[in-house]
Design a protein around this ligand. Structure first.
Ligand SMILES: [Zn+2]
Length: 546
């Protein structure tokens, strides 16, 4: 339990009493015992890394050379992955799904080692078996392949809009492997050099600005792009087609950024005229976020891309944010609620350019470090940038809504172990977004906004363009805020499910000073089978009258 005068998280009023507090027994929660993996059917099956890949072979750079013609049924690519090999091996595990591989090899010290490529698990785990052992040290994996455009709005997929074909992408969480072979895990965060060959009259967008284009055979142009900052595979994006590209006013330099950032909005042909509103309302959000973080917008350009068929609301691809097109196509006749929705979603995705893109979780069990933060920070940014739009209570409203799920016996904790690719999607839920955001707001309120911000800024500084997990974040928060006690309290909300119910009781004993006793238990609906136990370290403020 933490006592803090200024917190407004939970006010317990002890009317008419001079209050003192009786601490109730509180201890840090324990992580549940990890279940032992069930034995698999065969040795071969057991060896397949269906969760995290091993670390014996790790990428350091990608060269993606893709040919994307949305008029066709398939696309093709040649991928070169520079890797570090820790100890000699004849086998390399990586990811690739529904790819037809024509040639694979490992090149090391001028020697080319042919390899066979096999997709060995339906979640897209693949295996390279080398004809000879690769030594420890640097090497290149080279893979030539082709693949179908996806038909389920994931990976690299085709959209037909107004009878015209386009190609777009959605890679989070594990769908980059449908577009190219690689190490499709957030911890592998490295620079990409991208070239895309496309029909000569089509536009190609990816994460970085185009540097040059050259003819590449009849009717085709090869587009070269700046090398990216270090990125995980899930943040790479492409858009190809007869796109309307509308240049906005570049985002001018700010106190923390010494250069302008090119700003564009992009839609399918004929829709560009409806992008003026979003171009005019992006700058206040970026500037509010930069002021908060004290860190410049991290990427070389900012594109807002309207996608006609899109499974999510929006996706924070670094420098190339994709949106369901309804959120971006706004004109004079659009309802106020749509304009408000754009601001809210854009704030969330822009917050991700720092939380998620600049600093990336090591593994999906820390997806709350992306989504809780973008929900909390996005709301803070949009409420500040557009104070007239009534976003101040959004976090509280979300918290009250998600309690209905969190009180159930089946509730999951904010930081949930993820043991296989199958578990990843379950982590994108209201517990991660709304409860996580509310817990952040609670501890921000406990520490005070400035102290909490120093913790966030410390975290951005320590892990810029890198990866971090929950322990890294709690260390940053403790160090930056100067409140080491916050770690244990914060952890008590991350590593166990449920909503604590705090009960205050006024104790009046003859001849003794009046007291208030606080007790907590897990809140459970009537008849619930949820376990009653649970202890949280809860910021509490008690105010006494008289
Ligand atoms: Zn998000």
């Amino acid at each position: 339990m933490q006592l803090q005068e200024k917190t407004n998280v939970l006010r317990l009023l002890a009317g008419g009493l001079l209050a003192c507090l009786i601490a109730v027994g509180v201890s840090a929660c324990e992580k549940p015992a990890e279940k032992k993996a069930q034995p698999r059917a065969s040795q071969e099956e057991e060896a397949i890394p269906t969760g995290q890949l091993g670390r014996n072979v790790a990428p350091v750079h990608y060269d993606l050379d893709l040919t994307i013609d949305p008029r066709k049924a398939r696309f093709s690519g040649h991928v070169t992955i520079a890797v570090n090999i820790a100890s000699p091996t004849r086998r390399i595990w990586l990811h690739g799904r529904h790819l037809t591989v024509h040639e694979a090899a490992v090149v090391q010290n001028g020697r080319r080692i042919p390899a066979s490529y096999d997709e060995v698990h339906p979640t897209g785990v693949a295996r390279l078996d080398l004809a000879a052992e690769a030594a420890a040290g640097s090497a290149r994996i080279e893979i030539t392949y082709d693949a179908p455009f996806n038909e389920a709005l994931e990976g690299l997929y085709k959209v037909v809009d107004g009878a015209e074909p386009y190609a777009f992408t959605q890679f989070e969480a594990t769908s980059a492997r449908l577009a190219f072979p690689g190490f499709d895990e957030p911890a592998f965060k490295v620079p990409f050099t991208i070239t895309v060959t496309a029909p000569e009259d089509m536009t190609v967008i990816t994460n970085t600005p185009e540097t040059r284009a050259q003819p590449a055979g009849p009717g085709l142009v090869r587009h070269h792009f700046q090398e990216t900052k270090p990125l995980p595979t899930y943040l790479i994006a492409f858009a190809v087609g007869h796109l309307d590209v509308v240049e906005g006013k570049p985002l001018p330099p700010t106190a923390v950024r010494d250069h302008a950032v090119p700003l564009r909005a992009i839609a399918t042909r004929g829709k560009g005229a409806r992008l003026a509103y979003v171009l005019a309302h992006t700058r206040p959000l970026v500037e509010t976020l930069e002021r908060y973080f004290g860190v410049a917008y991290p990427y070389a350009k900012l594109d807002l891309i309207a996608v006609p068929d899109f499974a999510a609301g929006a996706m924070e691809n670094a420098g190339a944010i994709t949106f369901r097109e309804q959120l971006l196509l706004i004109d004079d006749n659009s309802p106020y609620q749509l304009k408000r929705a754009f601001k809210s979603v854009a704030a969330h995705e822009l917050a991700h350019q720092w939380f998620g893109d600049l600093v990336t979780p090591k593994w999906w069990d820390d997806i709350w470090l992306n989504e809780s933060f973008a929900t909390w920070m996005g709301n803070k940014a949009v409420a500040r940038a557009f104070p007239q739009d009534g976003f101040e209570n959004a976090i509280l409203n979300g918290a009250l809504r998600v309690m209905a799920a969190d009180e159930l016996a089946s509730a999951r904790q904010i930081r949930q172990p993820i043991r296989s690719n199958h578990d990843i999607a379950t982590a994108f839920d209201g517990i991660t977004y709304q409860k996580g955001a509310a817990v952040l707001a609670m501890f921000e309120s406990y520490l005070g906004e400035e102290a909490f911000r120093r913790g966030i800024q410390e975290h951005m500084k320590r892990f810029a363009h890198g990866v971090a997990d929950v322990h890294d974040f709690l260390d940053s928060l403790a160090a930056g805020s100067g409140h080491p006690e916050v770690k244990e309290a914060f952890a008590s909300f991350l590593f166990q499910p449920g909503v604590p119910l705090v009960v205050a009781e006024r104790l009046c004993k003859a001849g003794a000073a009046p007291e208030v006793a606080l007790a907590q238990r897990r809140f459970r609906p009537i008849g619930s089978q949820a376990p009653a136990k649970g202890l949280w370290q809860i910021p509490v403020c008690v105010r006494a009258k008289g």
